[in-house]
Design a protein around this ligand. Structure first.
Ligand code: C5P
Length: 295
């Protein structure tokens, strides 16, 4: 068996997140509205090998691209763990990274979801969807959503996905500061702070979102993230000043996003936020798929 597939693995954006409890195993129960977004993306190549094409360890993982620096190419990488969970076939996986690590945009999870989808496409794993989402959940809380893509409610520790009709808007400015945040540290801080509920609510930018989130967009992890990383709050305030609108923390951070009413000029604002804060920014919007087969 041999073959090559290239996939686009899209970032996920948590539009709103409430923590509703803590489980006995320490994971947090969530209710989150999550969407795939058009940018940033990683490209993921999955290649099934014939015979002795690779002499070293398999699967072989190669990582390049602007945000590849410092990423492990061993079993700490979710893409490699995803491959091992699904097949014993000889593989080469290549990631071209533009999704930053530690931004709360689910880049590692998106790559793992793309590897799972790529292996199914190549016939290296059976297309048992129920089994696949169980494997995805076992690998990481965000992977079931990345595999499903589009718009969804995410519940439980993340593994319970309720798909929704994808959103037509809004435009989004996504800004990743030059300092990352580690998800476990943010959840730990949330526990240590006594489980705060965020009171900073951002009005829903479109009628579609207002129907799903009548109370507006909010992220309960924001007080914890801003406690873990003191540079985060001034960063958020600078983003809000440039956009003249409230920003919402993306997942466990460190990225913030600003949802914009139509016609606000997301590209210009994204460029201004980058200039004012040193962040990496994108002007983007929700999309229908998390993982896509690419040409
Ligand atoms: O599932 P994943 O490996 O992505 O989670 C990373 C860490 O984030 C977990 O070890 C846990 O500390 C925290 N987490 C949590 N509750 C969730 C998701 C993640 O406490 N629902």
């Amino acid at each position: 068996m041999s073959g090559l597939v290239r996939l686009t693995a899209r970032a996920k954006l948590t539009l709103s997140l409430r923590v509703t409890g803590v489980r006995p195993d320490g994971f947090h129960e969530l209710e989150a509205l999550v969407t795939s977004i058009g940018e940033p993306v990683d490209s993921v190549y999955v290649r099934l090998l014939d015979g002795q094409e690779i002499q070293g360890t398999v699967p072989e993982l190669r990582i390049g691209g602007p945000t590849a620096r410092g990423l492990p190419a061993d079993e700490r990488n979710l893409a490699l763990r995803a491959a091992r969970a699904l097949t014993a076939a000889r593989l080469q996986i290549t990631l071209h990274k533009t999704i930053p690590a530690g931004g709360g945009l689910g880049g590692g999870s998106a790559d793992a979801a793309a590897v799972l989808a790529g292996l199914v496409h190549l016939g290296a794993a059976s297309d048992a969807r129920a089994g696949l989402s169980d494997i995805a959940a076992g690998l990481g809380s965000d992977i079931p959503f990345c595999l499903a893509g589009g718009l969804a409610w995410m519940r439980g520790r993340g593994e319970r996905i309720e798909p929704l009709e994808p959103l037509a808007g809004p435009e989004l400015v996504v800004a990743v500061p030059p300092f990352p945040l580690a998800t476990p540290a943010v959840y730990r801080a949330w526990d240590e702070l006594g489980g705060p509920r965020s009171t900073r609510v951002c009005a829903a930018p479109t009628a579609e979102i207002a129907a799903l989130l009548p109370g507006g967009l909010v992220n309960d992890l924001e007080p914890a993230a801003e406690a873990v990383e003191p540079r985060l709050r001034p960063f958020r305030e600078a983003v809000e000043t440039v956009c003249s609108l409230p920003a919402v923390l993306a997942g466990s951070g460190s990225a913030y996003f600003v949802p914009l009413p139509a016609g606000t000029g997301a590209a210009r604002l994204a460029a201004e936020v980058a200039r004012a804060t040193g962040a990496t920014t994108w002007a983007t919007r929700p999309v229908r798929q998390g993982v896509e087969l690419a040409g």
